[in-house]
Each structure stands twice: as C-alpha cells, then as structure tokens.
Design a protein around this ligand. Structure first.
Ligand code: FAD
Length: 378
C-alpha cells in the first residue's frame, strides 16, 4: 500500500488494515499514556441494574470477576455527580428506563450520571475472569440475535417470543429466513464479532495458568479463539478503523489528544457515507440504533462485574463512534456551537475503547512472535 490516507468503501480493504498496522505501535503507545491520565481513567458506571431480559443471569463468584470502585473524593471535583448535574439538565433527554436514558441521536442507553460509582479503569484491567458457560453464551447469543434487519413485524414478534422461550436457534433460523443480507446487517455483525474477538484477545493475553498460578499470555487460547478464524482478526481492524474515523471527527482542538488525532486523521479511513443511503435509509438507521441500544441493555445481563464494566465501556465507546459518524453533520460537530455533543462518559469510553482495540492489535504481534519462536524451536 502506497497510500497513507485512504478513503475506500465501507468494505474496508486489506490496504486499510495495512495502514492501521503501520501506525498501531505509535497509536498504542500514545493511547496507553492517555488512558492513564485522571480524565480518562475514571469512569462512572452503574454495575448493579437488573437484567431487563431474564432473571437468573448466573453471577460469577470468582475473585477476578470483582471490581474495585473508588471513593468519589478521589475524583477531581468537576467530574463528580453534583457538578455534572448542575451543568447538564436532562430536559434534552428521554429517561426511558429506571437508571438509564437515551436521547434521539444516541446509539445506546447511557447510565444515569447521578447513579453508579466511579471506577478506576487502570485498577481493573480487562482479562481472564473465569466467567463462562451458559450465562456468558446466552449474553453473546442475544447480542448476535440483535442482528436482524428489515424483517416483518410478525417475524420480530416470533423472534422475541422464541428469545423468551430461550431458544436462540429458532430465533436465528427465523431471522435467516426473513431478512435480507444488507450492508447494515454485515456492518453490525462485523462490529459485534470484532468486539467479541477483541475481548477474547484480552482474555487470552491476561490469562491465569491454573497449574502455576501465574498470569500471562496464552498462545493456545489466542490461536483457537481468534487466529484460527482470520475474519475475526479482520473485524478487530474494522472496529479500529471505525473508532479512528470517529475520533478524527471529534473536536480537533484538544492538545491532550493531539498525537492520537494526528494518527486518526491519517489512518481513519472508514467511509460512513456508504451506509444508510437507500430508500429505507431512515428506517434502517433507526433499526440499527435500536439494536445497538438493546446491546447496551443486554450488558446489564452479564453475570460478572468486571466483564460488565468493560462490556459497558466498549459498547458505549462504539455507540459514541456510531453517533459521531451517522448522526452528526459539520454544524453539530462544531465544538463552539455544540458543546454538549458527547457526555464525559462517552468521550472516556470512546478513547478507552480505541485503546482496547489498539491493544488487541498490539498483543497480536506479541502472539505472532510467540508462534514463530515456538515453531523455530520445534
Ligand atoms: P465464547 O467466547 O463465549 O463464544 C461463544 C461462541 O461464539 C463460540 O463457540 C463461537 O462459536 C462464537 N464466537 C466466538 N468468538 C466469536 C467472534 N469473534 N465472532 C463470531 N462468533 C464468535 N470473560 C473473561 O474472562 N473476561 C472478560 O473480561 C469477559 N468479558 C465479557 C464481556 C461480555 C460482554 C460477555 C458476554 C462475556 C465476557 N466474558 C469475559 C466471557 C467470554 O467472552 C467467554 O464467553 C468465555 O470465556 C467462554 O468462552 P467460550 O470459549 O465458551 O466462547
């Protein structure tokens, strides 16, 4: 690839991935510093809302599933609940569920800023927790089932019924029969599968060796969950490109973000104009938004606090990227005209999510080296 600034179609090409690969080490080191600063490390989150879809979400009892919250007095005053409620009135929002809300432009439900607790994300790193089995699978199944576009109302009702009957297979069969394989559907799948692959990469990179009690990278885990499915790795790149593009559109004046923004401007080649174009554009966009909002509510069904925390961070970050790319025109993106474009939580989530994906690509290189070394010595 000779081009650095790419503006290719939505079906991101190999060239786009090579561009990201070439800037990722620089991007990762800048992001890794950024997310340790007080602004980006404190995230306010409500981890104790009930699952709105089913009751028995099998709580994980492993020590690694726990999250340590911080006392609000440790958090700089301007970001505390009292200060936030003074500057942000909820008159522009629609509180549609207890403890969370969304506005028209949002792709996710946001936690009520006055609820929940501050968490220091650097003290609760994403990695192996032991959360697995039917509870985790039910959550992933439900997220993939949201990938259902342009189906008739009867099919939607049938899918919803089968979901509550806990029969994902029926739901998937119905969905396969009744919907078109449109570009929006493929993009939704790539985002979710990329998120899933990135989470798996972190689990495999910060894994607990149950024989030695040591934490470290587990090549076999990465090979079976990610590397043996090349499209999953491709979707991690896809998400990175999507996030970079959104970050490049965000306010260009913040010097703290300058290094990251320069890279995002060079490598964020996601052509969002290819989505939501045809006659059904408006309906499809609303559907896409609703699916994503449902994914954010499904996060309350994750039965492990640390997984729930990082699930919420990343779904909020991806939703913020989608909002920037698909809801905002030049005027809305002007920070002087629209100072409340994103909440603090959305900005923190956006940059931390980009850090998660960039770290997945960074550790993939480490896994590649481990693979070569193990084959050289074999
Ligand atoms: P799973 O990862 O549960 O996958 C289930 C099935 O989905 C697989 O058998 C495969 O057919 C398919 N699949 C897998 N990956 C993909 C992909 N990328 N694209 C498409 N299909 C795929 N566990 C932790 O230890 N730490 C965490 O931080 C953590 N966070 C989580 C966050 C969320 C939101 C959820 C739902 C779960 C989380 N988990 C976490 C659990 C973890 O993701 C796995 O579910 C668990 O490790 C069991 O893995 P598994 O091998 O059974 O397959």
């Amino acid at each position: 690839c000779t081009k650095i600034r790419l503006t290719g179609p939505i079906e991101t090409t190999l060239c786009d991935y090579e561009t990201v690969e070439s800037v990722n080490e620089d991007l990762y080191s800048q992001l890794d510093t950024l997310v340790r600063t007080p602004f980006f490390k404190y995230f306010k989150v409500d981890l104790y809302r009930d699952c709105p879809f089913w009751q028995d979400n099998g709580f994980c009892m492993h020590r690694e599933c726990g999250v340590t919250s911080v006392d609000e007095s440790q958090v700089p005053e301007q970001w505390r609940a009292a200060a936030l409620s003074q500057v942000r009135s909820k008159t522009d929002g629609h509180i549609t569920q207890p403890g969370c809300y969304h506005r028209d432009a949002d792709f996710c439900f946001l936690d009520d800023e006055e609820e929940g607790e501050f968490v220091d994300l650097t003290e609760n790193p994403e990695g192996f927790t032991g959360y697995a089995g039917p509870s985790a699978h039910r959550v992933w199944n439900s997220i993939y089932e949201e990938n259902c576009f342009g189906v008739s109302e009867a099919s939607i009702a049938a899918i919803a019924r089968s979901r509550y009957d806990q029969s994902p297979t029926t739901a998937l069969q119905l969905e396969a029969q009744s919907s078109d394989d449109c570009v929006e559907k493929r993009v939704y799948y790539k985002i979710i599968s990329g998120l899933h692959a990135s989470i798996s990469t972190h689990i495999c990179h910060l894994d607990l060796n149950r024989t030695t009690g040591q934490w470290g990278p587990n090549l076999q885990c990465f090979a079976s969950r990610v590397a043996s499915h090349p499209e999953r790795l491709k979707y991690i790149y896809f998400n990175t490109v999507l996030l970079l593009r959104a970050v490049s559109q965000e306010t260009k004046t913040n010097s703290l973000l300058k290094g990251v923004l320069d890279i995002a401007n060079d490598a964020g080649a996601f052509d969002e104009t290819a989505l939501f174009r045809g006659d059904d554009a408006k309906v499809l966009k609303e559907e896409f938004k609703n699916h994503f909002r449902n994914v954010s509510r499904i996060m309350d069904c994750v039965g492990c606090d640390k997984c729930r925390l990082w699930g919420k961070v990343q779904v909020t970050g991806l939703a913020a990227a989608l909002k920037i790319l698909f809801e905002m025109d030049e005027k809305a993106l002007d920070p002087r005209l629209n100072q409340n474009l994103l909440t603090r939580s959305e900005v923190v989530a956006l940059l931390n999510t980009l850090h998660r994906f960039s770290e997945s690509l960074h550790v993939t290189e480490e896994f590649k080296r481990m693979w070569s070394e193990s084959h050289d010595t074999a």
